[in-house]
Design a protein around this ligand. Structure first.
Ligand code: HEC
Ligand code: HEC
Length: 213
């Protein structure tokens, strides 16, 4: 009997996909529509045509985890993450718009980093953390290949090769509680234990990862 019911379940799901906004997390986005929207909504003007921004102020999005982009746009939309620009940009996006745009940018070829950027202190913290001060290794969540490990409910973003000053600004914002949208405040707890010099070292090291050699 089970063999009979399973396929029927799949057929029903395919014919009647969940459409309620609360199901946006599981809605697959349409990359082609996302591309058109990201142009008409002017996202590309700051973040670049495929999500590789040239300005340090605007984070790179190309190849970022779709689940992470979706969560951030939802947080900007609701005000859980504060940014004057992005709260306005996300205000009128529907859950479907968000899913489509996230799918478009995440499917673009991944960005690369700044070849000359390196910091040994940053590398140590990223790979090993500091046990004595209860600082976990960043790589344990963000992935050793800095690709953004967890794609599920609490996606950890790809951070390797991101703009240096953007990374430093975000870590300072977590530390000062100006950004408070991480699950269980995990990033606030970690950033609070980092000195300003360690934040700079981490941003330096991370921005150099995935550089084209
Ligand atoms: C005028 C420039 C500008 C425009 C236009 C713009 N953004 Fe942004 N975006 C920013 C800035 C600045 C930030 C960083 C905000 C902060 O400091 O937290 C950001 C952050 C983001 C992030 C978070 C990335 C991360 O790594 O956490 C996403 C996702 C994003 N923007 C998507 C979009 C989308 C989608 C649109 C179009 C609907 C858009 N942006 C339009 C400037 C812009
Ligand atoms: C326990 C898991 C975990 C650990 C350990 C961790 N992070 Fe995170 N980090 C996350 C999650 C989850 C997010 C996304 C939060 C959100 O939803 O906005 C995040 C977000 C970030 C961001 C924001 C990226 C962006 O595009 O805006 C930066 C930067 C960051 N982490 C750096 C670090 C660094 C540096 C370390 C090590 C000192 C570290 N993280 C350790 C889980 C973790």
């Amino acid at each position: 009997m089970r063999r009979l019911f399973l396929p029927i379940g799949f057929v029903l799901l395919a014919a009647f996909p969940p459409t309620h906004p609360l199901h946006a997390q599981t809605t697959n986005g349409d990359a082609a529509r996302g591309k058109i929207l990201s142009r008409s909504e002017q996202c590309q003007e700051c973040h670049g045509e495929t999500g590789i921004s040239t300005s340090e102020h605007y984070p790179k999005l190309a190849g970022q985890s779709a689940a992470y982009i979706r969560k951030q746009l939802g947080d900007f939309h609701d005000g859980a993450r504060k940014s004057e620009i992005m709260n306005a940009m996300a205000a009128n996006l529907s859950p479907q718009d968000i899913a489509d745009i996230a799918t478009y940018f995440s499917s673009a070829p991944r960005w690369s980093g700044e070849q000359d950027n390196f910091s040994a202190a940053g590398q140590r913290l990223f790979l090993a953390g500091d046990f004595a001060r209860s600082i976990p290794a960043c790589a344990s969540c963000h992935g050793e290949k800095e690709a953004g490990a967890d794609q599920g409910q609490n996606p950890a973003p790809a951070i390797g090769g991101q703009h240096e000053s953007y990374l430093a600004n975000q870590l300072h914002a977590w530390k000062a509680d100006d950004r408070k949208n991480s699950p269980d405040d995990v990033m606030n707890d970690i950033a609070r234990r980092l000195s300003d010099a360690e934040i700079d070292a981490l941003a330096r090291y991370l921005s150099g990862l995935r550089a084209m050699k």
